[in-house]
Structure formats: structure tokens, C-alpha cells
Design a protein around this ligand. Structure first.
Ligand code: PEP
Ligand code: MN
Length: 296
């Protein structure tokens, strides 16, 4: 594991195009923690939760459910970058406050999206990690602002970005002093609409090889169909990535956002069962929510 003080000098780095986030000649990745939950190194960690913070009741129920099924970090958007301005836009800052309470009550740290630089300062005391969404991956001012924060950042790849552009976006964050970055592959635009996007596992593997940052995948947004998500999750572990982000909802049919791709509890439980032997087969440990330092 590389800490900030052990950061490789310019001569030792693998890729001089992005000197701060490039991995060193030893190829090791750094461990980035959300709360006390590790991503990278030996650990494989799962983030789960609904697409959006729809209500207090939903997020408390979701926090309890995903934690009991093996997720170590809760997800959910309070600020939602919806394709249509007429779709539900999220609860905003009160939604972040609700998530904070649910997270503390159920002992599961959380990540939530920040959509504009002006919200970083207000959200910082509440959140365990910031998510920069696909649509904001090249919002340079937002990247710089989260780069000045001391919270880890989950940086999603834009569905229209090359892997180099994705990694250079991480370099912007690191330039401001924050190297606690987790890269998240969430699918790029492909041909046809049989799947929502195309999960670029090879691109994510490239980022995992070239950078010192942990790399996770979000097959929920990449694929968009619940029955295909478990297989892609297992493939993510087999590919040597560091974790997953999965959309899970206690009652998908009632959801106000991305209802068609949400897993219900029993599907998420099945995904975790499918994942465990694959994680073990590649010599990694699945982080356990009950005891994050230990594996299942
Ligand atoms: C999300 O994770 O809630 C989300 C909006 O994802 P993306 O930015 O990848 O579309
Ligand atoms: Mn979503």
C-alpha cells in the first residue's frame, strides 16, 4: 500500500502523463477508506443502496437491509442529475442530512453525489465520501473543489470518456492535495439498447494497472437489467478490481428513480453469495460489514 508520504517520485512512476495517480514501478495500489471501510489492497468491498434518497423511511430501511446482507458502504443520491428536468431531482441537502442519520444509526458509512462546487463545503461535515457522477467527470471546478476536501472521492467515469480522460480527471483532484480517490467504471455508450450502457471491464482493468488508485465497477447503471447484474459483479471480482457499487431498494417497484435496474433484497443476497467464492478464488478478502477489518 502506498501512503501519501511514500508516493513514488517522478522517476519511479509507471505513467508520466498522470504523475500523481500513476502507480509506482512496484504496481501496488493504495488503500482508500470510506469511513473505516477499505477499498484496494487485499480487500474487496461492496457499496449498495437505492438510486435516490426518496424519504427518511426508505433510507433507514435500505441502510439496515444492505448492511445485513454484506454491503460495507451505503449509497444514495440526494442531488440527482436526471436526464429530464421533469424527473424527480432528489431532496437536496435535507436528503444528505437524512442519510447521515441513517448511516450513523445503522453503523454503515455512506457516499453521496455532489453536483456543484458550491455544495462541497456544506456537505463535507455530513458525508463520509463524495461521489462525482458520470455527467460531472470533466467539471474541472468540481474536481478541484473536492480535491481541496479531506473526504475521499468516488469518481465515476463519464459514459463518453476514454480511460485516459477518466484518469486525468482523477489527477485534477490529486493536484489539489486529495489522493483519496476511488475510480468507478459505470458503463460507456455502446451500440444498441439491449443493455443500458456497456460495462468496460477491460478499461477498468487498465486503470487498475496504470494507477495506484482502487477501481470499482457499477454494473447497475452499466447494464440496467437486474438479472444480468450478478454475473457482471462476479466478473468484476474475477478481473481483479477492488469492489462494486450496486443499486438495491427494499421495494424496487415503488422507486422514484432507476426502478427498472434496482435489485431487491433477495437478489442482492444472491449476488453476494455468487461473489464470495470468486473473491476468494482471486486471493482477495470480502470486507465484512459487521467487522470491517476481517473478511467473511
Ligand atoms: C448514481 O450513481 O446515482 C448515478 C447517477 O450514476 P452515474 O453518475 O454513473 O450516472
Ligand atoms: Mn441510479
Amino acid at each position: 500500500m502506498l501512503t501519501k508520504t511514500q508516493c513514488p517520485s517522478r522517476r519511479e512512476i509507471r505513467n508520466p502523463e498522470f504523475p500523481l495517480v500513476s502507480c509506482g514501478s512496484d504496481g501496488e495500489t493504495k488503500v482508500v477508506k470510506i469511513g473505516d471501510r477499505p477499498f484496494g489492497g487485499q480487500m474487496f468491498s461492496v457499496i449498495a443502496g437505492p438510486c435516490a434518497v426518496e424519504s427518511e423511511e426508505l433510507i433507514f430501511e435500505a441502510a439496515k437491509m444492505v448492511r445485513s446482507l454484506g454491503a460495507v458502504v451505503l449509497r444514495g443520491g440526494a442531488f440527482k442529475p436526471r436526464t429530464s428536468p421533469y424527473s424527480f431531482q432528489g431532496l437536496g441537502l435535507p436528503g444528505v442530512e437524512i442519510m447521515h442519520q441513517a448511516s450513523r444509526q445503522h453503523d454503515i458509512p455512506f457516499v453521496t453525489e455532489v453536483m456543484a462546487p458550491r455544495w462541497v463545503e456544506e456537505m463535507e461535515p455530513l458525508v463520509d465520501a463524495f461521489q462525482v457522477g458520470a455527467r460531472n467527470m470533466q467539471n474541472v471546478e468540481l474536481l478541484r473543489e473536492v480535491g481541496r476536501s479531506d473526504r475521499p472521492v468516488v469518481l465515476k467515469r463519464s459514459f463518453g470518456a476514454t480511460v485516459e480522460e477518466w484518469v486525468l480527471a482523477a489527477e485534477y483532484i490529486a493536484q489539489e492535495g486529495n489522493e483519496e480517490i476511488i475510480l468507478c467504471e459505470r458503463g460507456i455508450r455502446g451500440f444498441g439498447e439491449a443493455t443500458r450502457f456497456t460495462l468496460d471491464l477491460a478499461g477498468a482493468m487498465w486503470a487498475r494497472h496504470e494507477t495506484k488508485l482502487p477501481v470499482i465497477a457499477d454494473p447497475s447503471h452499466a447494464i440496467g437489467s437486474p438479472h444480468l447484474i450478478g454475473g457482471a459483479a462476479a466478473a468484476t471480482a474475477a478481473a481483479g478490481l477492488d469492489g462494486l457499487m450496486i443499486e438495491v431498494h427494499p421495494q424496487p417497484a415503488q422507486a422514484r428513480c432507476d426502478a427498472e435496474q434496482l435489485l431487491e433484497g433477495r437478489d442482492f443476497a444472491a449476488l453476494m453469495d455468487r461473489l464470495r467464492p470468486v473473491v476468494a478464488a482471486v486471493g482477495r478478502c470480502l470486507t465484512n460489514s459487521a467487522s470491517p477489518a476481517r473478511s467473511w
